[in-house]
Design a protein around this ligand. Structure first.
Ligand code: SAM
Length: 250
């Protein structure tokens, strides 16, 4: 069955790139069903208001609870019409205060049949929306793209969707290319080379590829790549091996 992804946002146009490239093709091939919804559809005033000032004072605006509650109910109803009455979505709130997103999260989500992404804006969403969903038995995840702050959840949703959808069977033509990637086994990918094997760079330096890659000996090549992966992980991301330090320059 196709993976269904609903996105609720005040900027539906922000999600236009989901029509391009591999994800666009996966949608046309029926492997994923992406539905983008404008949160303002669930407002009822002339200005289609989704935000208000923070109670208790402070800078910025906070997203009001009412449109979100209506949106979740409507999107769940629409999803159940196509997926079945018992279907339960995972509701993902991109949030800098959430749990960091990793490749294993992507793997987990790619095996589900329904995700709803809820894009926050301004200072964030009224806390009672989360309480309302939790009390109603919804499965909710607060997910961070990293320890920095974006203007809204849309950019995060583009990244999350791409990481998840490419793991849906059939989306990436050569499934083997997913197995050897960075983070698939807790290590970073080995260095990559292509033709020409001997390249003179613009500074006149001749740069050769490692000879072993031309040897045709697949066993030795695999061992060399593994060694390179380990060395690179130790150098750049020792935290992945449970070690301290790290050098991002190479
Ligand atoms: N006031 C919030 C805080 O200090 O945690 C930041 C709000 S941010 C300006 C607006 C929205 O952008 C958030 O509700 C969230 O949807 C999204 N966002 C920002 N940074 C993010 C990150 N690192 N990962 C995922 N989503 C993020």
């Amino acid at each position: 069955m196709a993976l269904r992804i609903d996105v609720i946002t005040i900027f539906p146009e922000y999600l236009a790139p989901l029509e391009l490239s591999l994800i666009g093709k996966a949608r046309r091939d029926g492997l994923v069903d992406v539905q983008v919804h404008d949160l303002r559809r669930w407002t009822h005033d002339r200005h289609r208001t989704v935000d208000d000032t923070p109670l208790g004072g402070g800078a910025g605006m906070v997203m009001k609870p009412e449109p979100w509650a209506e949106a979740f109910a409507a999107v769940r109803e629409a999803g159940r019409e196509s997926l079945g009455e018992d279907s339960e979505p995972l509701v993902v709130f991109p949030n800098p205060a959430g749990v960091p997103f990793t490749q294993s999260t992507a793997q987990d989500w790619s095996q589900r049949d329904w995700l709803i992404f809820a894009c926050g804006r301004y200072e964030g969403i009224d806390e009672r929306v989360y309480e309302h969903l939790a009390d109603g038995g919804w499965e909710v995840a607060l997910t961070s793209l990293g320890d920095y702050v974006l203007n809204g959840g849309e950019v995060a949703v583009l990244a999350l969707t791409e990481a998840v959808v490419r793991l849906v069977p059939g989306v990436v033509g050569n499934a083997e290319s997913l197995v050897e990637e960075s983070h698939s086994e807790g290590l970073l990918e080995y260095p990559l080379y292509t033709r020409p094997a001997r390249w003179t760079d613009p500074a006149g330096v001749v740069r050769e590829t490692p000879e072993i890659l031309l040897s045709g000996d697949h066993g030795r090549i695999a061992a060399w790549r593994r060694e390179q992966s380990l060395a690179r992980t130790r150098r750049r991301r020792p935290d992945l091996l449970g070690e301290a330090g790290g050098d991002a320059s190479r």
